[in-house]
Design a binder for this molecule. Structure first.
Ligand code: GLP
Length: 243
């Protein structure tokens, strides 16, 4: 794992977007997986600018949504899919044939997990994953205690995740109980992983993830073991690091 501190969130987002472009230049049919939420927002905006101005071929890549809140109306504001539609699919006119997202209201959630795992396997694995980190150290909805080996699964959400989620992403009250997510087994099989974090609020959990013991109690600590894993921070998120 390598850790880089950028001058600010704009610089971090620019580099992450350029990494997406580089991936697609080298492999136009790359599989890219992304988290929703605030951390990758700037990266998505910059990617739309760069992809549009460069005219890069976007007709072959495949997008995987990292996670979703179970039970929400698909595409509702605040949902993960809403982020993907408004940030990427709509501005870049990405057709439905080029992405797969978890269905948060699937009748059979186990089958929904198996479907995701099958798609990833049939696509030849994930080339680039861009994730954020929760205040409790989660990646996607891999909450503290989740085994590092899991693939897609449904999980009961932590109280912290529910409280932060309700306040941060939704303007109206919603019932958040469970999440459906790719597992850390997927992350470890992904060829390259970027974890993005910005802001003072992430400083403490970043210190734990980057400098603490590798433990399922702090899922993001798995980044330390990824052979091509990168933690990209702004100065605020890096403020508590010792090195
Ligand atoms: C959310 C999502 C994650 C996201 C993380 C951090 O609950 N499940 O996919 O990466 O928490 O979100 P943010 O980037 O908004 O801080």
């Amino acid at each position: 794992m390598q850790l880089t501190v950028f001058t600010d969130y704009a610089a971090l987002s620019d580099q992450a977007a350029r990494e997406m472009i580089r991936t697609l230049e080298q492999k136009p049919d790359a599989v890219i997986c992304m988290a929703s939420g605030s951390s990758p927002k700037g990266c998505c905006e910059r990617f739309v600018q760069l992809a549009t101005s460069s005219g890069i071929d976007l007709s072959q890549f495949f997008f995987i949504g990292l996670d979703e809140w179970v039970g929400l109306t698909p595409g509702m504001p605040g949902s993960c899919s809403h982020d993907f539609f408004t940030r990427l699919f709509d501005p870049l006119s990405i057709p439905a044939s080029q992405y797969h997202l978890f269905d948060p209201v699937a009748a059979d959630m186990q089958a929904e997990c198996e479907k995701m795992d099958t798609i990833i396997r049939e696509k030849g694995g994930i080339d680039l994953m861009i994730v954020g980190i929760g205040l409790n150290g989660h990646i996607g909805f891999n909450e503290p205690g989740t085994p590092f080996t899991l693939l897609s699964h449904v999980i009961d959400l932590d109280a912290t995740t529910i409280a932060v989620g309700q306040e941060k992403y939704f303007t109206t009250p919603v019932e958040l109980k469970q999440g459906i997510t790719l597992g850390l087994g997927h992350l470890m099989h992904t060829r390259k992983v970027l974890l993005l974090a910005n802001g003072t609020g992430k400083a403490s959990v970043i210190k734990e993830a980057a400098e603490g013991p590798v433990t399922s109690a702090l899922p993001a600590s798995i980044m330390q073991q990824h052979p091509d894993g990168y933690i990209w921070l702004d100065k605020e998120a890096a403020a508590m690091l010792s090195e």
